[in-house]
Design a binder for this molecule. Sequence first.
Ligand code: GLN
Length: 192
Amino acid sequence: MVGVLALQGDFREHFAVLCKLGVDAKEVRTKEDLSRVDGLIMPGGESTTINKLLRRQGLDEEIKRKARIGFPVFGTCAGAILLSKEIIGDSQQPLGLLDISVKRNAYGAQLDSFEEDIDVKGIGLVKAAFIRAPLITRVGKGAEVLARYQGNPVLVRQGNLLASTFHPEIEGETKIHELFLKMIKERRTPSE
Ligand code: GLN
């Protein structure tokens, strides 16, 4: 079963993609919910709000603990900000799991929100919506850049962690979710 963090933001759209793919999905709001899923999608929204609610539920520590032992987590936009090691020029503390630095709302006013087809390594063209997207300004050695837009990394994977600065769930796109489902399956196989 795949969990979608449902504290704030566009979790319903992720849920819809999972349903479209015929996957059993669950909204995650508590530690109890989290204990029942095999992987977690953290949606876009307002990272400061989601961060606050995560802490209130004690979900921050639990996600960190699980992710460090291989639990798959996919963060989109605000979710990617929360997964990062460092948010440049911002006082909020991210989970610090994925070795990237990000800058929030870094595309100028003119490019506030836009759509692009981006070329993803091993997948091909994917429809991506950027909505007040963050910029990934640094990628650590252990992380792999799977896609770029205008030279900047927009999709990064580090083992069991996946982060996109764009929204793959809005355009009826399913390929990035399928990649995440593969990551969950890969993880499950050895222990079965
Ligand atoms: N700008 C938002 C933030 O900084 C992220 C936007 C999004 O998730 N679409 O949290």
